[in-house]
Design a protein around this ligand. Structure first.
Ligand code: PXG
Length: 462
């Protein structure tokens, strides 16, 4: 890629950024002292920074740029839609062509009888919608007391009051008075850190049965729904043992509660099928979608409801909606993104070709002295770092310290790989080629090597 320099020098951009831009999930002062890396353009899986340096984006932005960067078709569709109808709402007895077409397309793609789409602008908004919606659903059915939503520790469902409350991130709950009432968290199916001496299959059942226990303790007449990601993303790409989801499904079938599957990361090919629910054989009543819906080219999200849920909600006025629900430009961009995913067989390629290739290469990192566990489903993977493979021990320092060091080595070597605590995670654009996968693995191994050298020096690895 040729370098473009139609911007201020990097240092000036960083100074202005530090002076006026408040970053999400960041310690502002520490970041300001260092200077944020300025990203100026991107193509395929490659970002370019303000110094012209190319970076392999193994996170697809924030798990979202599924079709890769730089697809002109989406820019053209957006421009065309902006000229024709840049905005209109669907609140007061009106609708428009992009939102109609996208709703119908999503009904066709979504599993089972998930046929009814309520739009928002972000995954957080869609989960806010879900919370109000399931409570409204039960109130409509004459059961206003059924309002508790059960979720899981270390889940991520967004950053709004409802999203962060539904999520199970302790750092988020510690700020701003969360969680809001009537959200209950059970333990996550993270065998590696919490499984102790149990074998994974037994542990999976045990963790799933915490749902049943919670329902029985609170009373079925108080529980509205259970919400979960098929594979926990922001929690560290935690893949539940095989026994977990069938048991969760059995419990959801047995008791009268709704199952909300948060497909914000797993949707649109990430796991090798259109939806994570298909990969893991889950039958949701509601799914949350965002991110890959537009490959991040426009902010758009949705809740997709089953026929039965929609039937109940449709019989009343649901007093809920966002200015940008079903935004015509975002909807048109999403449709074009779905067309590309479909016509270029991108999801099939992940399932049958590049996904298995990435899996083989990613799993080859298991021989590294720092790596205690390797997980991968489709194109989302994780490595658990440990000073002692045999015992799966944590490091003798604050959780996340080592993960952060490894992440710094990745960043310095032009690989974007995130850390969640002491797990390293990847979620590359689905269009990543085999040659690019080789580069990803090479850089990841180099970062692990450099981390190991550093840890030995610091006495954190013997
Ligand atoms: N559900 C899931 C499963 C998500 O991963 C959301 C909901 C919220 O979506 P919005 O569009 O409101 O952000 C998410 C978002 C990270 C990271 O660091 C992950 C997300 C967002 C920001 C950072 O891994 N996931």
């Amino acid at each position: 890629m040729e370098m473009i320099t139609n911007h201020m020098p990097t240092a000036e951009l960083q100074a202005l950024d530090a002076a006026h831009h408040v970053h999400p999930f960041s310690h502002q002062d520490e970041l300001a002292a260092k200077g944020a890396r300025v990203i100026t353009r991107a193509k395929g899986v490659t970002l370019v920074d303000s110094e012209g340096i190319e970076i392999l984006d193994a996170m697809a932005g924030l798990w979202c740029v599924n079709i890769g960067y730089g697809r002109e078709e989406l820019a053209e569709v957006a421009a065309r839609q902006m000229k024709e109808l840049p905005y209109y709402n669907t609140f007061f007895q009106t609708t428009h062509v992009p939102v109609i077409a996208l709703s119908a397309k999503l009904a066709e793609l979504a599993p089972g009888d998930l046929n009814h789409v309520f739009f928002g602008g972000s995954g957080s908004e869609a989960n806010d919608t879900n919370l109000r919606l399931v409570r409204t659903y039960w109130a409509q059915k004459g059961k206003p007391e059924k309002k508790v939503v059960i979720s899981r520790h270390n889940a991520y469902h967004g950053s709004t009051m409802a999203g962060a409350s539904l999520g199970g991130m302790s750092g988020m709950h510690a700020q701003g008075g969360l969680p809001i009432p009537d959200i209950h968290h059970i333990n996550q199916p993270n065998w590696y850190t919490e499984g102790g001496d149990m074998d994974p299959a037994e542990f999976g059942i045990k963790r799933a049965q915490e749902l049943e226990k919670a329902i029985l303790e609170m009373g079925e007449d108080r529980v509205a729904a259970f919400i979960a990601e098929p594979v926990q993303g922001a929690g560290g790409v935690i893949v539940a043992p095989d026994t977990y989801w069938p048991e969760i499904q059995r419990i959801c079938d047995k008791y009268e509660i709704l199952l909300i599957v948060d497909e914000v990361i797993c949707g649109f090919g990430r796991t090798g099928n259109w939806f994570g629910s298909q990969t893991l054989n889950i039958r949701p009543d509601i799914i949350t979608i965002a991110k890959g819906l537009s490959s991040g080219y426009a902010p758009i999200a949705a809740s997709i409801l089953s026929d039965e849920v929609a039937e109940v909600i449709n019989a009343t006025e649901f007093n809920h909606g966002y200015t940008y629900s079903g935004h015509p430009v975002a909807a048109a961009v999403a449709l074009e993104n779905l067309r590309i995913l479909e016509e270029e067989n991108i999801i099939e390629t992940v399932r049958e070709d590049t996904g298995p290739y990435l899996k083989e290469k990613w799993e080859s990192l298991a021989d590294h002295p720092l790596v205690g566990e390797v997980k991968i489903v489709g194109m989302m993977g994780s490595l658990a770092l440990t000073p002692d493979k045999a015992t799966r021990a944590p490091f003798k320092t604050d959780p996340g310290t080592v993960g952060f060091k490894c992440r710094e080595h990745c960043f310095a070597n032009n690989l974007i790989m995130r850390h969640v605590g002491d797990r390293m995670v990847i979620s590359p654009p689905l269009v990543i080629t085999k040659a690019e996968i080789d580069t990803l693995i090479e850089r990841a191994r180099k970062a692990l090597d450099l981390t190991l050298v550093q840890l030995k020096k610091e006495g954190l690895f013997k």
